[in-house]
Design a protein around this ligand. Structure first.
Ligand SMILES: Cc1ncc(COP(=O)(O)O)c(C=O)c1O
Length: 371
């Protein structure tokens, strides 16, 4: 059999995509468990801001009850949107559901960006905004946050806006730094008339939401997710409160079956469990404060920043964050490591269950004081 010589594939691809950073996949838990020789249930996973208590019982029940996984899902996620209408108080015509808020971010970028437009990004922040901007050939206007506390530099932000600015992304609480943006900052950005996308994936832990401003500003989009507090990261469901003019167009450009049957059912069920939701917010917020207190004992080694989210960002004063991350991993504790501009030599630890916090702190002590 002769193999036909392949053409130069890369020469045929979009050149700007070839320049994107290589994708490094996250190691699945079962594989990591095999590699480390530690059972999955003993791994303390504090690297992705998931809910350490898992999904709500009502969501798990709904998944068991559902009998129609062989039927395509409702493309309009209507039942879920009706439930979200009750939950948020926002008319369902302004609620758009996606396969995680990641998909909503992509749809918005697809809708607004033509090559040469720009997006405003207050860095450091969640990487998806700049990744999608690059994918759709936008110029990424990076406005550095204030170095001490990562608050947004509004003056610099406003100065960076021009007629080709299409989207302004505000992550609040900000991932990975944990701080929230004050309403005055968001309003100042909204007053420019540009589309402001407030990504409030972690708003439950901050006790504050920007949703109410969607009744005042027609240029505001607020994104939320079921991946964090609701513990449904593996099912991929997010939603946005979007102006009707945007919603109308998003319907046209999304994949028809973007949200799975399982995702729609589980998300809907988890909204019905008000007590579970409020109890878990309380538990995670209380544990965040305890963790923050415990981290202060290492203040000679790193600074733990105050957080209004379900994770804490730590920047090293001495020693290497990468080494801490690697040593913790060998012991079955996962944290996220950073070493890039404005996030040099740092790590982020998610809030776990109290016993997980204790294991993390014990290992951290061993690593820092005995190595
Ligand atoms: C700020 C922020 N926005 C959005 C997402 C993505 O959420 P989803 O799982 O809904 O796609 C994440 C996930 O880590 C995040 O941190």
């Amino acid at each position: 059999m002769t193999i036909q010589k392949s053409p130069d594939m890369e020469a045929m691809m979009r050149p700007e995509l070839l320049k994107l950073e290589e994708y490094t996949p996250v190691e699945p838990l079962d594989r990591l468990s095999k590699r480390l020789g530690i059972p999955v249930e003993q791994i303390v996973k504090l690297d992705a801001n998931e809910n350490p208590y898992g999904s709500s019982p009502a969501a798990l029940e709904a998944l068991k009850r559902q009998q129609y996984y062989h039927i395509y899902p409702d493309p309009s996620s209507l039942n879920l949107r009706e439930e979200l209408e009750k939950y948020t108080g926002i008319n369902k015509e302004r609620i758009f559901v996606g396969s995680g808020s990641d998909e909503l971010l992509e749809l918005l970028t697809r809708l607004f960006i033509v090559p040469g437009d720009n997006i405003l990004n207050f860095v450091p922040t969640f990487g998806m905004y700049s990744f999608l901007g690059e994918l759709y050939r936008a110029q990424i206007r990076k406005v550095p946050r204030h170095a001490n506390d990562y608050s947004i530099d509004v003056k610099a932000g406003l100065a960076a806006i021009d007629e080709r600015t299409k989207l302004i992304f505000v992550c609040t609480p900000n991932n990975p730094t944990g701080n929230s943006a004050p309403e005055s900052v968001v309003r100042a950005l909204l007053d420019t008339g540009k589309i402001v996308v407030v990504d409030e994936a972690y708003h439950d832990f901050a006790g504050h939401s920007f949703i109410k401003l969607t009744n005042i500003y027609e240029n505001l989009v607020v994104l939320r997710t079921f991946s964090k507090l609701s513990g449904l990261a593996g099912l991929r469901v997010g939603y946005g409160i979007v102006p009707e003019a945007i919603a109308r167009q998003l319907w046209k450009i999304k994949q028809p079956y973007n949200v799975t049957v399982a995702g729609q059912e589980a998300a809907r069920a988890s909204l019905s469990e008000g007590t579970w939701i409020s109890e878990h917010i309380q538990k995670i917020v209380a544990e965040r404060e305890r963790l923050y207190g415990l981290l202060q004992q290492f203040s000679d080694h790193f600074e733990a920043l105050p957080s209004s989210s379900n994770f804490i960002f730590c920047r090293m004063k001495k020693g290497r964050a990468k080494q801490i991350k690697n040593e913790l991993e060998k012991r079955g504790v996962l944290v996220r490591h950073y070493n890039k501009p404005l996030l040099e030599n740092a790590f982020r630890v998610s809030v776990g269950r109290p016993e997980q916090t204790d294991i993390f702190i014990e290992h951290l002590k061993q690593i820092i004081y005995t190595q």
